[in-house]
Design a protein around this ligand. Structure first.
Ligand code: C5P
Length: 309
């Protein structure tokens, strides 16, 4: 992932996808507080866009627009700002680098779709290109892992196996493309709160393993089989914190979804549809039923963060 040698005068634009977890198996908390995971990520066609332009020396600033933008801090807690700073520190060779990031969000905040993580990944890629730094994909993945558990996957995209605390990613060979409907919740869920609830509900959690059946379903490309194999250990704690999600899931299944699963730590629910036509019907039905704030039709897998201009 080497950057071009001449800096882009008008800045660079990166598009980055949301993720869902087809499997999210969670073990007992580690001494550092994180949980060991065995997960299967899939990147889906719901994208945030990050634009990076030269800023004042050593200033990393961000403005946010779009879905839930007002809820995201724009100071040093912002994952995109942290990504820019980390990249400049490690690979800037003492140059007075600065950037202004403009993020347009379509991925809901605190939705279990790695919206924040995807912004961190996009900022790494955008700044490396803007500043013409020579950073390899491996080096970028390792910075991404420092920023957050889901950040490396946002660079990779596709379908991938995640281990460690989710930051160790390896592509999965799978067949086909799937039609999903994402049902967005009325309110977000805090990831640490969902993990804490998991610990309370499952004090004896075993070490996590992705079920063989899910991997076999992905190899076969059979959506019916995949729909039955979806699994998420964080689903129970998410339903515990937002009991109305149970009705959301049931409604989607009544309207013909092949499977329904809380995405990551929720509250977004991902429904697998038989075809594009059933996804359209499901999307309309969920919205009309009022169980979700909004329903969006997406496909997966799609590539990870990419420069688009
Ligand atoms: O890595 P990231 O910053 O996205 O994690 C957010 C929070 O989610 C962590 O502070 C931790 O509470 C929880 N988490 C966890 N185990 C993981 C990933 C995240 O407990 N594997």
């Amino acid at each position: 992932m080497s950057a071009p040698s001449s800096p882009a005068p008008d800045g660079v634009r990166v598009r980055v996808p949301a993720k869902i977890n087809l499997a999210l198996c969670v073990g007992p908390p580690r001494p550092d507080g994180f949980h060991p995971l065995a997960t299967v990520y899939q990147a889906v066609s719901l994208f945030d866009e990050v634009h990076a332009a030269w800023g004042d020396p050593r200033q990393m600033t961000v403005t946010m627009t779009g879905e839930g933008a007002a809820e995201v801090p724009t100071d040093d807690r912002n994952l995109a700002v942290r990504a820019a700073r980390l990249l400049a520190e490690r690979y800037g060779e003492g140059q007075p680098l600065g950037v202004h990031l403009s993020i347009h969000k379509a991925i809901p905040v605190a939705g279990g779709l790695a919206g924040g993580s995807s912004n961190g990944a996009a900022a790494l890629l955008a700044c490396a290109d803007l500043w013409a730094l020579d950073v390899s994909l491996d080096q970028m993945l390792s910075l991404a892992a420092e920023l957050g558990s889901d950040v490396p996957f946002a660079l990779l995209g596709g379908t991938a196996l995640g281990s460690g605390r989710g930051e160790q990613v390896a592509p999965v060979l799978g067949r086909g493309s799937y039609h999903w409907v994402l049902g967005f919740g009325q309110r977000g869920l805090s990831t640490p709160a969902v993990y804490r609830t998991y610990d309370e509900l499952r004090p004896d959690a075993p070490m996590p393993e992705v079920p063989d059946e899910l991997m076999a379903a992905l190899r076969s490309g059979d959506a019916v089989r995949l729909g039955r194999a979806l699994v998420n250990d964080l689903q129970e704690p998410a339903l515990h914190l937002q009991p109305q999600l149970r009705r959301t899931m049931e409604t989607g299944l009544e309207y013909g979804a092949l499977g329904a699963i809380v995405s990551g730590s929720g509250p977004t629910v991902a429904f697998l549809a038989k075809s594009e036509a059933s996804a359209i019907d499901l999307c309309v039905a969920l919205a009309a039923d009022g169980v979700v704030r909004t329903a969006r039709r997406v496909t997966g897998p799609v590539p990870g963060a990419r420069l688009i201009g």
